[in-house]
Design a protein around this ligand. Structure first.
Ligand code: C2E
Ligand code: CA
Ligand code: CA
Length: 279
């Protein structure tokens, strides 16, 4: 029994060791990706339900891996958050977003509000606001073309600090959006003291709208309350015309999802029409 115990210990130790070697290798690979500029942005259009126009987009990062092809963020963002590389990665995403907006302007393409996902480490980074200010100057793109998507959990960890940072971003004209709204445990009451412009209703409330009466009630109530607080609402994960029509009925402002468009590479998004007819 002793020996077995010892062997198990050895096996456990080996797997621990392997895990830390793997993590180390993944960190090195990500560092190389940043160095070689292998990250690209895809853009998912955001649709104004009353104007029937594309008014914005969400920037979603992908890794053009030399061997593996296109790698999706779920497989490297968590690692980057653990290692702290999310700060460098996040700044790269912010810079690429500004770069793209300047490029659109130079091409004379219609204006959009570009939303960028922000991790909690980024929101707590004292360099975030100065960095964003420097981007506004370098690319000559006013802050009101940019939005930051922040999850409820990120905001609630240190709400006083978050409030201060959000107010500084707000003063640059940046739009503040709450991502995955409804999945955390915050209430609109908790958010009302923060400078929030937009709520993004999580797709888990959208996908079953046609069948689930509770989801319909929740979504309708969130929209009504948000509007009373002067906050706009976007629904994510819109996959069907029926969902879109229901959201219209509830006076939802904006929609995003596969029914409108999947996230697409830059060249394809450049050609995406401003006005589209859905139904
Ligand atoms: P998210 O912020 O919730 O982004 C939306 C995700 O839903 C995207 O996955 C998008 O492709 C997917 N999606 C869009 N429309 C639909 C739909 O109609 N149906 C369904 N089922 N899914 C839809 P993606 O691109 O794989 O991104 C995953 C997550 O990675 C994002 O979730 C976000 O949390 C994170 N992420 C992406 N880019 C960045 C970034 O630049 N920085 C940070 N910190 N996180 C990022
Ligand atoms: Ca998001
Ligand atoms: Ca989301």
């Amino acid at each position: 029994a002793k020996r077995r115990g010892k062997n198990q210990y050895v096996i456990f130790d080996d797997s621990m060791h392997k895990q830390s070697v793997d993590t180390h290798n993944e960190e090195m690979a990500l560092a190389r990706a940043l160095e070689r500029d292998e990250l690209v942005l895809h853009f998912q259009p955001q649709f104004d339900l009353s104007l029937n126009k594309i008014v914005g987009a969400e920037a979603l990062v992908r890794w053009k891996h030399p061997d593996k092809g296109l790698v999706y963020p779920d497989s490297f963002i968590p690692l980057a958050e653990q290692s702290g590389q999310i700060l460098a990665l996040g700044n790269r995403v912010i810079e690429k977003s500004f770069e793209y907006l300047a490029y659109r302007e130079a091409l004379g393409l219609y204006p959009i509000l570009l939303h960028i996902n922000l991790s909690s480490l980024q929101l707590n980074d004292p360099n975030l606001v100065p960095f964003v200010k420097s981007m506004v100057q370098t690319y000559n793109i006013p802050g009101h073309y940019i939005g930051f998507e922040i999850t409820e959990t990120t905001l609630l960890t240190d709400i006083n600090h978050a409030k201060e940072t959000l107010e500084e971003l707000k003063s640059l004209g940046i739009c503040i959006a709450i991502d995955d709204f409804g999945t955390g445990f915050s209430s609109l009451g908790q958010l009302k003291n923060l400078p929030v412009d937009l709520l993004k209703i999580d797709r888990s409330f959208v996908w079953d709208l046609e069948r689930d009466k509770d989801d319909r009630m929740i979504v309708e109530a969130i929209i009504a309350m948000a509007h009373k607080l002067d906050i706009m609402v976007i629904a994510e994960g819109v996959e069907s015309n029926a969902q879109l029509n229901m959201l219209r009925e509830f006076h939802c402002d904006l929609g995003q999802g596969y029914f409108i468009s999947r996230p697409i590479p830059q060249e394809q998004f450049n050609d995406f029409p401003e006005s589209i007819t859905l139904n």
